[in-house]
Design a protein around this ligand. Structure first.
Ligand code: MG
Length: 363
């Protein structure tokens, strides 16, 4: 199976509720879709969203990196040589992790099609079902309470609460939500770098004293504040998870060896795709550290790939935060992974299992 061309398209899905974090608000899922064509007629699908304030990647930068640097090393190459192709993708340009992720996802999709198996089976197998949490955007207490109760009504048992705007309001938000949902749902907090290390210790202790039990606190401090995240982890009993602080396998090794974190959040857009996500899951397993698998605000192509990795690496990826596709008003991807609120089901199709994508706007 020889790669003959790489094409691009945009895919836009409006959200049912605007997505608000400490650093941004978004109203639609907008993915750049990468389509890798082959001489066998099979097409590999990959995708990446623009996340300028997280990874530094935009749709235009992703397209330029693929078109000018990654595509030239892949044309006329055989999908059978997957590991060699992955090495060439990562060697073609530094950084640009979302571009590498989109291409890797499409390459692994083709690899599955080549051997006519679902990707998770080729990655080692597992149970083809996952249960995800749902994101509750930061907002007024009343709105966050109603969103939380609505999510529980839809069957979600884990809520990922976005905070990190004003620490005193944040503490009140969490206390109010906990009182309302305890016994019905578990709470994860995602601070999205909104607090300092000392503020995090202050807030965590206040919440612990108030009897609020949290499953974890995610990325309370700035991405590059390694000393800060270690300071927090040493001082609070609630588990601390690294998200924006942990992109590469090397960073994960450094965080774990420094005992700076309790949990790692793996995202394909940070690792540059599936190969490094697998490495991180394996590293975490060696050290007995749990992983979450997360996604950006992105649709069901990239998130399907994350789901396949999660199933195959379920012994270290114990927490699933793959709610991106469920936040959209519809899913334009036919076949592939089924996202039904909290329930994610992987199909039997080859690779990612995608049969068709409606509403693609080609460049
Ligand atoms: Mg996060």
């Amino acid at each position: 199976m020889i790669i003959t061309n790489i094409k691009f398209a945009m895919l836009k899905v409006p959200l049912t509720t605007p997505f608000k974090t400490a650093i941004r608000q978004v109203n639609a899922i907008e993915d750049l879709v990468v389509l890798i064509e082959t001489d066998s007629g099979e097409i590999g699908f990959g995708a990446a969203p623009a996340t300028p304030v997280i990874t530094g990647d935009t749709h235009k930068s992703i397209m330029a990196a693929v078109e000018n640097h990654i595509k030239p090393v892949l044309i006329n190459q055989a999908v059978e040589q997957l590991n060699n192709l992955i090495n060439q993708v990562h060697g073609a340009i530094v950084h640009n992790m979302s571009a590498k992720a989109a291409v890797e996802i499409a390459l692994y999709d083709l690899w599955g099609k080549l051997y006519q198996k679902p990707l998770y089976q080729l990655l080692g197998g597992g149970t083809a079902k996952l249960t995800t949490d749902i994101t509750i955007s930061v907002d007024s207490i009343e709105k966050m309470l109603s969103d939380s109760l609505h999510a529980i009504m839809l069957g979600f048992e884990v809520l990922k609460i976005k905070i990190g705007k004003d620490i005193h309001q944040d503490i009140e938000r969490v206390k109010a939500i906990y009182q309302e949902v305890k016994g019905k749902a578990v709470i994860r907090l995602d601070v999205n770098q909104g607090w300092t290390a000392k503020q995090t210790v202050f807030a965590a202790r206040k919440l612990e004293q108030a009897g609020v039990e949290l499953e974890l606190i995610e990325q309370p401090v700035k991405a590059d504040d390694f000393a800060g995240i270690k300071y927090v982890t040493e001082r609070v009993s609630t588990p601390i998870m690294a998200d924006e602080s942990a992109f590469s396998p090397r960073q994960v090794i450094e965080l774990i060896q420094a005992q700076a974190i309790d949990i790692i959040n793996i995202k394909l857009m940070k690792t540059g795709g599936i190969s490094n996500a697998i490495k991180i899951a394996d590293i975490a397993k060696i050290y007995g550290i749990d992983c979450m698998i997360g996604c950006m605000l992105e649709g069901s192509i990239g998130v399907a790939a994350a789901a396949h990795v999660a199933v195959a690496k379920a012994t270290s990826i114990t927490k699933i935060d793959l709610d991106g596709p469920a936040l959209g008003k519809f899913d334009p991807v036919i076949g592939g992974v089924c996202f039904d609120n909290a329930h994610i089901t992987l199909g039997n199709g080859s690779g990612l299992g995608i049969q068709e994508i409606s509403k693609l706007h080609y460049f």
